[in-house]
Design a protein around this ligand. Sequence first.
Ligand SMILES: NC(=O)c1ccc[n+]([C@@H]2O[C@H](COP(=O)([O-])OP(=O)(O)OC[C@H]3O[C@@H](n4cnc5c(N)ncnc54)[C@H](O)[C@@H]3O)[C@@H](O)[C@H]2O)c1
Ligand SMILES: [Zn+2]
Ligand SMILES: [Zn+2]
Length: 365
Amino acid sequence: MKIKAALAREKGKVTIEELELGAPRRGEVLVKLVASGICHTDFTTMNLEVPTTLPMVLGHEGVGVVEQVGDGVHALAPGDHVILSFPSCGFCESCQQGRPYACDDSTALFFSGFYADGEKRITDRKGEKVGALFGQGSFADHCIIAERNAVKVDPEVELKSLCSLACGAQTGAGAVLNRMKPMPGDSIVVFGCGAVGISAIMAAKLAGCSTIIGVDIVPSRLALAQECGATDVINGKDFEDISAEVKRITGGKGAHFALEASGVPALVRQMLQSVRKEGLAVLVSFVSGPVEIDTTMLFVGPCISFAGTVEGASNPPIFIPRLVQYFKEGRFPVDKLATYYPFEDIHRAMEDARSGKAIKPILLF
Ligand SMILES: NC(=O)c1ccc[n+]([C@@H]2O[C@H](COP(=O)([O-])OP(=O)(O)OC[C@H]3O[C@@H](n4cnc5c(N)ncnc54)[C@H](O)[C@@H]3O)[C@@H](O)[C@H]2O)c1
Ligand SMILES: [Zn+2]
Ligand SMILES: [Zn+2]
């Protein structure tokens, strides 16, 4: 079928073209997209900062309605509302144990543009094969995705509000709820109040954290962080040593947990210095340069743990419906992050994401 899609043909540039999409194969579904979020990782891919090849239809935060199913699809049927999440093989040890975020094949399945059978599903006018980011390619009116990566959701919830659950919000909320697992009363500091960081702040509030500190340099983002659950905010521009301010707020000890979601190299060290003894510091951002740290002073003495996570250490079929439930209860208001754009305005939407004007730009089809 003919589709209209936004693809990267050369580094750093996106164009809208008419392309040909094949039929869903065994275990796959064809989805008519309602909306797609734009995530930082679309830029990372477009700018070739990850192992990838162009041309590639970008987009990995799609929501839509199943239009057609391939052979052997059991869990989904035409008409189902779905959130499209990250790909995984389903067969490796991590996948078998319910930890698809740590799939052996995740780097290739996320960024190569190929589906699990080693083939592509999209062709351009000249007959050249085009990849689909995350085995998805949601910057298009239709896409094909493996059944195991599409999560069925309650049709009563407006789909367009839920795009960020596919990646950004799943990453921030999951880092807190799945990886940190704070106890009510614990303290947490979040560096970077973008879509990932603010989702982490909402999750920390859900988990009952008593002290939730948001760090950013944009006043409007700090204000939104407070609206979404931050008990304290720190404008990084006002402090030479942010960790000292975190320690002051937490009674001199530091926070039980810290999250780095800004991608700024210097903040990795600040994050590590902000946790208390035996605390846990979690890195989710793709840090834009090398980081120098004194391991003995930072890790051994204070007995702290440092972890990285992908997609919030989540198993989407279990975690995404929970986030939808929290959203319905008004306890995970991800719609506060959204700014909507018609698909044709993708360049403006991407520019607003880059400039910081929009936290979670969402393209509507
Ligand atoms: N690990 C994963 O699975 C995963 C998934 C999604 C996104 N990510 C990564 O997570 C990171 C955050 O994603 P996002 O979509 O929230 O990005 P974003 O750009 O919306 O958020 C980053 C925030 O950091 C703030 N910031 C920039 N410089 C700062 C400074 N010096 N001090 C304090 N704050 C500063 C910005 O103002 C912004 O609010 C990105 O690096 C993204 O690639 C990782
Ligand atoms: Zn796997
Ligand atoms: Zn993403």
